[in-house]
Design a protein around this ligand. Sequence first.
Ligand code: SF4
Length: 191
Amino acid sequence: MLQLTEIFYSVQGEGTWTGTPAVFVRLAGCNLACSFCDTDYALRFVATVPEIVAQVGAEGGDCPMVILTGGEPLAQTETPALIAALRADGRRVHIESNGTIPTALPDDVWLTVSPKRYLAPAMAARANEAKLIVDGRVPEEWSEAFGPHTALFLQPEGNKPANIALAMAAAQREPARYRLSLQTHKFIGVR
Ligand code: SF4
């Protein structure tokens, strides 16, 4: 059984895959308790792996992309089994993680890491992209943790103009290193 908050069909609003339709599976709970956290990852229901795979199909039809998010999706022991079942069902699995729980992932799983207080080196090395939240400052200290193949996105917290200006300036100062990620789904009022 996995613990879940919600499953819904929307569009990826952030990072490399912005604009791509995706089914979001939000797993409940997190191993961190960040003071600034504004994500609702409360436990709303439990489901087996086959039930989740069926619900993904019911929500998104044959949508190839499924995003496991949270909370922290790698904090549950059955998450690897869910990843395997979704891949067997023909889905491309994406994980949005805080990068603190070392987890072996198949090569075709896309890993987004948004570092918070600490980072597991194995997850930093595995990350396809990193989302660095700009909130009053650019957290440049994290960028050294990731390898050269990891796309580094600066994401202004809350799309606030001051944070956008900080992120823009850093990206323009180091254009080979940073890209800007905006929460585009919020522009159009979807989850
Ligand atoms: S890691 Fe993310 S989901 Fe977990 S408490 Fe921190 S901000 Fe919230």
